[in-house]
Design a protein around this ligand. Sequence first.
Ligand code: NAD
Ligand code: HP7
Length: 312
Amino acid sequence: MKNFALIGAAGYIAPRHMRAIKDTGNHLAVAYDINDSVGIIDSISPQSEFFTQFERFYEYAHQLKRNPATALDYVAICSPNYLHHAHIAAGLRLGCDVICEKPLVPTPALIDELALVERETGKRVFNILQLRHHDAILKLREKVAAAPADRKFDVELTYITSRGKWYMESWKGDQNKSFGVATNIGVHFYDMLHFVFGKLQRNVVHYSAADKAAGYLEYERARVRWFLSIDANDLPDEVKGKKPTFRSIDISGEQLEFSEGFTELHTTSYQEILAGRGYGLEDARHCIETVNVIRSAQPIAGTAGEVHPFVA
Ligand code: NAD
Ligand code: HP7
């Protein structure tokens, strides 16, 4: 049984980590969040210690090291995106392996920096890239791998996860804290596209706003017109008022809807990490390079074949 700490325990995604720790037969020893609205802990791990100050959390984590039975093995991180780097480094320096939410860090330079800390500490960082464990995506990856190597797929990706007004008021709507919608939410599908279609060869942005973005990505095995939005008005008519999300990949006219099947993927991610098959810094590099370019790109008018129909 491994001992875990959890940073960012009061947030939206933290219960999925708590459940993953419990369901993989491990122990949440200590949780930390600056917000004390963490009663959810009682339903999953009522004996866990909890702190609202980093200093007290860190000191307690050090004390646990005196006894091999209580020493922390992993630190899981669910804090806002701009804090990942500092929290990952802190976890590694505590002598723990780290499991961190996406986007791991905003830039490839910070991946290099964390690689140094991995070398200094001998510990590892793992990133939650849960679309890589989604059944529909794994099937698609097999299909692409089985197709003739010179076939390039034409892909239209529409990713709408509608959010209310709270989103823009929260840290998620703050470019300095979330790094914007393409980084905060798009990072999932840029990683998935790379996982399925290989290396990125071209990256062009056609539209960029606080609540939506669109562009064209060319991979070794695919030409992708993409559209991302958190605006419910963008949901297709057949979904509007029925479901808040619409995640779809259209491949040469064949539609793959992959909105469902997400709730257990954190547990699968943990199972894979604990079995030695986790996704580390170098696995995260490609999607981080992609979002880093998209964040600084000047939108251009695309050609007809490259622009997503929701933009044109
Ligand atoms: P959230 O705002 O609901 O939760 C973030 C938590 O971090 C809050 O409880 C907040 O109080 C806490 N926090 C803020 N500053 C802190 C600090 N200095 N020290 C400790 N805790 C601090 O956000 P969320 O939706 O839970 O997102 C958390 C992370 O998970 C983000 O990195 C986000 O990108 C990621 N996320 C991933 C998925 C996924 O599908 N894999 C889904 C949602 C969120
Ligand atoms: N929801 C909340 O109540 N609070 C939140 O903070 C977020 C959602 P989905 P997920 O918004 O930051 C996606 O769209 O898949 C509600 C991204 N993950 O399925 O869980 C929401 O209003 C994630 O990287 O959300 O998370 C819905 O009612 C990103 O950080 C419901 O939860 C996160 O949005 C389900 O909403 C975000 C993926 O796209 C895989």
